[in-house]
Design a protein around this ligand. Structure first.
Ligand code: HEC
Length: 138
């Protein structure tokens, strides 16, 4: 009985209910899609964001010291630091195991031939010698 009564009362003012439903639905849509669109895209990083100082409109960064490994002083270090950090962090090298000369030669050669590292053969030899002396294996 109750249901029938309710239905009856509904049918008399369907237009009113409908406009309320449309109003609520459009409000929800506005909140869901409108606000989402206004949000700036977030770049997710697995590492903590480095701190920066704002100077005018420029943001000056401090490079994460953990990302710049220390390499021992030895003949060829300057060439190694200058050329091998052009494209990637020196961690690519510090995290490798110790290699025999043949492997370091192949690695440096790969950087030149495959990735076009601007390293001539004289400098490449110095870098290989440096790598063998600090991360070499017999
Ligand atoms: C022209 C750019 C460039 C330069 C300069 C460069 N590399 Fe690379 N290196 C790469 C790229 C690209 C990769 C592969 C990156 C990846 O797969 O994520 C790589 C990867 C490596 C790896 C990881 C192992 C591998 O073979 O993928 C090592 C070790 C490495 N480089 C050593 C060196 C050394 C030593 C030097 C200096 C002689 C050097 N790189 C200079 C571009 C370069």
């Amino acid at each position: 009985m109750q249901v029938v009564l309710n239905l009856k009362s509904l049918s008399c003012c369907m237009g009113k209910y409908l406009s309320i439903i449309v109003l609520v639905a459009s409000f929800i849509a506005l909140v869901l899609f409108g606000c989402n669109r206004a949000e700036k895209p977030v770049i997710k990083t697995s590492e903590p964001v480095n701190t920066f100082t704002v100077k005018g409109s420029v943001r000056e960064m401090d490079l994460n010291p953990a990302a710049a490994p220390e390499f021992p002083e030895h003949e060829g270090k300057t060439e190694f630091i200058s050329y091998c950090a052009i494209c990637h962090s020196l961690r690519y090298i510090s995290t490798q195991p110790d290699f025999p000369q043949k492997t370091w030669e192949a690695e440096v050669n790969k950087m030149v031939t495959k990735y076009h590292a601007p390293i001539d053969s004289v400098i490449a030899k110095k870098i290989v010698a440096y790598l063998v002396s600090v991360k070499g294996k017999k």
